[in-house]
Ligand binder design. Structure first.
Ligand SMILES: *[C@@H]1O[C@H](CO)[C@@H](O)[C@H](O)[C@H]1NC(C)=O
Ligand SMILES: *[C@@H]1O[C@H](CO)[C@@H](O)[C@H](O)[C@H]1NC(C)=O
Ligand SMILES: [Cu+2]
Length: 326
């Protein structure tokens, strides 16, 4: 009897421990009809480095938060302590659709369903040798997906195990780029500093676009870290749960989308959504209950200690030197 109890207890511990690895990362990136497997994060499997992946490995599945400190961290560039290079660069035809499929650290499906998914690009001389520095304002936004007219967030599709599809603008100049894919989980964003970023970079080589770099003239460029602030209305959203599961005008963080004229740069609702937003705005002045729902939280794990951690630390340090990758 006693051992049965212990068994149940250990199963419970296993379940809880497993949950800390729930978050997730890209498991498949698809471009020009080719699907590339993404690497596991270092903390899940330090040995996972597919030799044919353009997706750069991140160190941990744990989120970067929207605190002042985290937003200023170099982790905002390409995810937490990322590999300085991935083995290959994926070919992408300008104007085509690339897609990102995520899975959780437990090989399950993406665990969050509140929040947008945003995609940026950065032009490089050679993608495999490219790592923008902190103050380098060379990132431009190509896509942002918020919620549909029923208030269903883009991440709901991820939780249904679907891919996020992104069209690479047809006028992007030919050449190498990093694609920075950013999933922002907002389930705790009613509190300042508690939006969660899941960021990674994928190396691509664009062909069939415009030649020369002319079409990037006048495009709004930002730096990561640097583009976001703790109080951005898209990151600190006190009224997130006051909309009764309906659409509301969500203010995406960051710059205008590439190719968008300033007039439609802000998330532009369709006519019917605009009517809906007006209706919502009218009801917004009504007093709201002060209790905010507490959602499943993804708190940061304490840094593990011991041999595994020392080994991972060494690997992280090793990878900061590109020469050690060869
Ligand atoms: C980046 O993320 C890693 C892993 O979570 C963390 O150990 C490190 O302190 C972070 N770096 C900075 C500059 O915040
Ligand atoms: C989710 O999708 C992936 C990739 O298509 C598939 O391998 C996996 O079995 C799916 N998981 C579930 C729970 O449906
Ligand atoms: Cu999570």
């Amino acid at each position: 009897m006693k051992s049965a109890t212990l068994n149940h207890y250990s199963l419970l511990i296993l379940a809880v421990t497993g949950m800390t690895h729930a978050h997730g990362t890209i498991d498949v990136f698809t471009a020009d009809g080719v699907s590339y497997a993404g690497p596991e994060s270092m903390d899940v499997d330090p040995e996972s480095l597919p030799s044919d992946s353009p997706v750069r490995q991140i160190y941990t599945l744990e989120p970067i938060l929207s605190t002042v400190v985290d937003l200023a961290s170099s982790n905002m560039t390409c995810g937490p302590a990322p590999a300085s290079s991935a083995p290959v660069t994926a070919s992408v035809t300008a104007g085509s659709t690339i897609s990102f499929h995520y899975r959780s650290g437990n090989n399950g499906v993406w665990p969050h369903d509140v929040g947008p998914v945003i995609t940026y690009m950065y032009r490089c001389t050679k993608a495999e040798a490219c790592m923008p520095s902190a103050g380098d304002a060379g990132w431009f936004k190509i896509d942002q997906q918020g919620m549909d007219e029923k208030g269903v967030w883009a991440q709901t599709a991820m939780m249904r195990n679907e891919s996020i599809n992104v069209v690479v603008p047809s006028t992007v100049p030919d050449g190498d780029y990093l694609v920075r894919h950013e999933v922002i989980a907002l389930q705790n964003a009613v509190n300042r500093g508690q939006a969660e970023f899941y960021v990674s970079c994928t190396q691509v080589r664009v062909k069939g676009g415009s030649s020369g770099s002319g079409s990037l003239d006048g495009v709004e460029m930002v730096a990561f870290p640097g583009a976001y602030a703790e109080d951005d209305p898209g990151l600190f959203v006190p009224d997130l749960y006051d909309h009764d599961g309906k659409a509301f005008p969500y203010a995406f963080p960051g710059p205008a989308i590439f190719g968008a004229t300033p007039a439609i740069a802000v998330a532009s609702p369709s006519p019917s959504a605009r009517v809906l937003s007006t209706a919502i705005a009218a009801t917004r002045t009504a007093p709201v209950p002060s209790l905010t729902p507490v959602r499943a939280s993804c708190t940061r794990r304490k840094q593990s200690t011991g041999r595994a951690s020392v080994r991972q630390q060494r690997l992280v340090q090793g990878r900061l030197n590109p020469a050690s990758l060869r």
